[in-house]
Design a protein around this ligand. Structure first.
Ligand code: SF4
Length: 303
């Protein structure tokens, strides 16, 4: 306990620390600020685009970055992607709009339907569809990247938390995907002038604590889970990590720290010359003649 307030809202299993509401909120903000400073995520005058789904992670990211906006250190804007998932996405979009309005932040909602003339639900009705998250991830990145240029943003902030980051490390190890491993980190640098660097201020904060932060700060968030989530490999990996964490509460931190130590060596050993050109169909950066978005759209008959 830091301040003597006996009303404890969290006991951190990993450190044994107990905190009241205001000390907890302060600790989360300090942790995010420490990551921002240590990893040099933000420069004064940056225009930062937040990928705002309306879920707890993106709402907490917006809330914490807004403290920088209030001190006139950065400009903020936000984009919400509507994948077209019935009975799921609309609520998230409404919450995202509410937060952007409340904070006076310029905000855009961009749908798969508008961008690609097909919703994720329609894609999943195609008998030859791939796993839902494959389309979702690729299409979302394409939209966010375009939105960043439209907003003239310098950085794109995402709500990736400690759990997400450890899942990504483990998934890529298990799949032997070294290219992807070398790109995991607090700041993903751009390999093309058409890409904006991505930053993850919440990278060292466990998912559970971000949820608690939004409750402690009374922030409205979209809690429903995506109906397609069970299809993902990430879901399986997440279960493994959760089970391990029960008896080994520091395991996510040790995985992240260990990975950050070997990452530089990995990058050196596994030099990848990213040769980004532009897709001959859509003009977005692509290491192949045709980017993955256009390849997927071809498969779906939406050239
Ligand atoms: Fe998209 Fe998969 Fe996330 Fe659902 S779980 S929103 S399909 S990435």
């Amino acid at each position: 306990m830091k301040c003597g307030n006996p009303k404890i809202i969290i006991k951190r299993k990993q450190s044994g620390q107990t905190l009241c509401k205001s000390c907890f909120v302060e600790s989360i903000q300090k942790k995010a600020i420490k990551t921002i400073k240590q990893e040099n995520l933000i420069d004064k005058g940056d225009n930062v685009l937040v990928a705002l789904s309306g879920g707890k992670d993106s709402v907490a990211t917006l809330d914490i970055l807004n403290t920088y906006k209030e001190r006139n250190i950065i400009e903020l804007c936000a984009v919400t992607i509507d994948e077209g998932i019935a009975n799921y996405r609309n609520d998230g979009v409404a919450i995202a709009k509410k937060h952007a309005k409340r904070l006076g932040i310029e905000h855009k909602v961009v749908s798969f339907k508008y961008s690609f003339d097909i919703t994720l639900d329609e894609i999943m009705k195609n008998p030859n569809h791939r796993i839902s998250c494959s389309y979702c991830g690729v299409f979302r990145r394409w939209i966010i990247n375009r939105a960043a240029r439209d907003f003239e943003a310098d950085k794109i902030a995402t709500g990736h938390n400690l759990d997400d980051e450890v899942q990504a490390i483990l998934m890529n190890y298990l799949e032997g995907n070294i290219d992807n491993l070398t790109m995991i980190g607090a700041k993903t640098m751009s390999h093309s002038p058409l890409f904006r660097p991505k930053i993850k201020p919440l990278r060292e904060i466990p998912e559970r604590e971000i949820g608690l932060y939004t409750i402690a700060k009374d922030l409205d968030v979209h809690l429903a889970g995506c109906p397609y989530a069970q299809e993902s490999f990430r879901g399986e990996v997440s279960e493994i990590i959760k089970n391990l964490s029960k008896n080994h509460p520091t395991i996510m931190y040790s995985t992240l720290r260990g990975f950050d130590k070997i990452k530089l060596a990995l990058k050196k050993e596994h030099k990848h010359d990213f040769q980004f050109d532009t897709c001959i169909k859509c003009g977005e950066p692509s290491s192949n003649e045709i980017c993955r978005v256009c390849t997927f759209l071809d498969e779906l008959g939406k050239a």
